[in-house]
Design a protein around this ligand. Structure first.
Ligand SMILES: O=C(CO)[C@H](O)[C@H](O)COP(=O)(O)O
Length: 220
């Protein structure tokens, strides 16, 4: 049973799904509730682009067709969770390691609705360690660059992304300018992407509370 706040946010997202929609679908426990609820709701969608192998498997298990982003073109709606959101709806994502595909699909979608429980809301991003997806041969080099930038990278042991890469979880970044930091980290050779969704923030945040209430939050 998912956390009640996650459950409430995921169910609220159903209201934004139109019949025959082509959806982008994120990754994680909140999204899993959304997928199961979507299937149970009887809403008919044309198909979905999945941000991870796990999400693709879950969608298929419900008989939802999984489509290739190269074929679909721009998507109307992307639904995904997050690890943190600030008032501008800039996010830290990647706790589940799917950040690169998530960022691609979010960027290829007209609207990005993010579903979280109340605990994910923060004033300043960075309490949650920032995940960075890195090509394996660049691991030590990128880690040294991150230390030079003032943070403390930790290799996520025994984890490989769906793209065959590794994750560095970075502690202690001072994220006062998320757009600048996102670009600076992405400029390090060997970095595929980092978990800051600042240049492409969410358009709407659905925040679920333990009592089942949901706040609908627009960027401040
Ligand atoms: O970014 C993600 C996966 O890469 C997830 O959206 C994020 O980790 C939140 O997960 P959950 O819904 O399980 O709390």
């Amino acid at each position: 049973m998912a956390h009640p706040g996650k459950q409430a946010a995921a169910l609220a997202a159903l209201e934004y799904v139109e019949n025959d929609a082509l959806l982008g679908v994120g990754t994680g426990s909140t999204v899993n509730v959304f997928i199961d609820a979507l299937a149970a709701s009887g809403r008919r969608i044309s198909g979905a682009v999945a941000s991870s192998e796990a999400t693709a498997e879950r969608l298929k298990s419900h008989g939802i067709e999984v489509l290739d982003l190269n074929i679909t073109g721009q998507l109307e709606l992307y639904i995904d969770g997050a690890d943190e959101s600030n008032p501008a709806l800039q996010l830290i994502k990647g706790g589940g390691g799917a950040l690169t595909r998530e960022k691609i699909i979010a960027s290829a979608s007209r609207q990005f609705i993010c579903i979280v429980d109340q605990s994910k809301r923060v004033d300043i991003l960075g309490e949650f360690p920032l995940p960075i997806e890195v090509l394996p041969m660049a691991r030590s080099f990128v880690a040294r660059e991150i230390v030079r930038m003032g943070a403390d990278p930790e290799f996520r042991e025994a984890a490989r992304t769906d793209n065959g890469n590794i994750i560095l979880d970075c502690y202690g970044f001072s994220i006062t300018d998320p757009i600048a930091l996102e670009a600076a980290i992405n400029a390090i050779p060997g970095v595929l992407t980092n978990g800051l969704f600042a240049a492409r923030a969410a358009d709407l945040l659905l925040v679920g509370h333990d009592d089942g209430q949901v706040d609908t939050v627009k960027p401040a």
